[in-house]
Design a protein around this ligand. Structure first.
Ligand code: IPM
Ligand code: MG
Length: 356
């Protein structure tokens, strides 16, 4: 089993190192090869997603990804920005189905800004379509940076679009995931305003007839944003488009106390996948050894379960994470009085110890 390891920028290198350590400790003989991506690749090769990195990712059974981005690249033209690396990987590998679970660990109930009773026991799954929508529609008004100055037209637009097959396949993913859970799907749209999302709603409704055992409801995205903080436990599986999913998944992540805890998986039709923490590269805390590696470690667990057919090993990692939380170990983002503050590396070491 071959894994492409792409740490990227900012805290990416620190957190991925801990996840790699945990994977090694399992002794599965995994073949892991690293490559540069994002700003780091731009610095070294002049492009955020060099051909060699893309090739490595394509040939691997799975990709373990850290994070990309840094404000210092804000003035680069869009095609060279670090974010293009993750978008390029998603598109080139056809990773259309993004799973973003939001689980509240009982040990962290108090780390959330919401009242404990609202989130205790929370376990929802956001399924975000990842290769369509306004992210990949035709843009206009792309400008070229010249000395940090952006000449060009005084208007810009991006195109929101979805095709029937794109909606159908993500709807199937959502209904099938719901079958393994509480058999409820909420499809989030903006059908009251946008043609794209009226179509989305119609197609999801059609697909739902093939899953009579799963309850489907529809919700406008603004209402969904509100319900997520009002009564998050009412949701089970949420399926939505790329843009709304980007926003709602950050919101859902924060319900659990820390975005530093949440893994994600992006899969294609062949179950080849890219696994990354839901959070970003956090350049403000990079290099300080204080980032939380648990989201990446849990992403490695998802990788074992979804792409490498090693569900038991995934369970082992998840149990080890719960153990270290029960031991009271906390990185800065989830620290509260009465717990023990540890560094990124100490957290990774603790997970390895509890595996053994
Ligand atoms: C995410 C990120 C990315 C996105 C960025 C880095 C391109 O916010 O994975 O949610 O918008 O999809
Ligand atoms: Mg995002």
């Amino acid at each position: 089993m071959k894994i492409a390891v792409l740490p990227g920028d900012g805290i990416g290198t620190e957190i991925v190192a801990e996840a790699v350590k945990v994977l090694r400790a399992l002794d599965l003989g995994l073949e892991m090869e690293s490559a540069l991506v994002g700003g780091a690749a731009y610095e070294a090769h002049g492009h955020p997603l060099p051909e060699t990195t893309l090739k490595l990712a394509k040939e691997a059974d799975a990709v373990l990804f850290g994070a990309v981005g840094d404000w210092k690249y804000d003035k680069l033209e869009r095609s060279l920005r670090p974010e293009q690396a993750i978008l390029g990987l998603r598109k080139n590998l056809g990773l259309f189905a993004n799973f973003r679970p939001a689980i509240c660990y009982e040990q962290l109930v108090d780390a959330s800004s919401l009242k404990p009773e609202l989130i205790a026991g929370l376990d929802i799954l956001i399924i975000r379509e990842l290769t369509g929508d306004i992210y990949f529609g035709q843009p206009r008004g792309r400008r070229t940076a010249v000395d940090g100055h952006f000449p060009g037209s005084e208007e810009a637009f991006d195109t929101m679009r979805y095709s029937r097959p794109e909606i159908e396949r993500i709807a199937h993913v959502a209904f099938q995931a719901a079958r393994k859970r509480n058999k409820r799907v909420t499809s989030v749209d903006k059908a009251n305003v946008l043609e794209t999302f009226q179509f989305w709603k119609d197609v999801v409704t059609e697909v739902s007839t093939q899953y009579p055992d799963v309850a489907l409801d529809h919700m406008y995205v603004d209402n969904a944003a509100m319900q997520l903080v009002k009564a998050p436990k009412k949701f089970d599986v949420v399926v939505t488009g790329n843009m709304f999913g980007d926003i709602l998944s950050d919101e859902a992540a924060m319900l659990t106390g820390s975005i530093g805890m949440l893994p994600s998986a992006s899969l294609n039709a062949a179950n080849q996948g890219l696994y990354e923490p839901s959070h970003g590269s956090a350049p403000d805390i990079a290099g300080q050894g204080i980032a939380n590696p648990l989201a990446t470690i849990l992403s490695a667990a998802m990788m074992l379960r979804f792409s490498l057919n090693q569900a038991e090993q995934a369970d082992r990692i998840e149990a080890a994470v719960k153990t270290v939380l029960s031991q009271g170990l906390r990185t800065a983002d989830i620290f509260s009085t009465g717990t023990t503050r540890v560094s990124t590396r100490e957290m990774g070491d603790a997970v390895v110890r509890s595996l053994k």
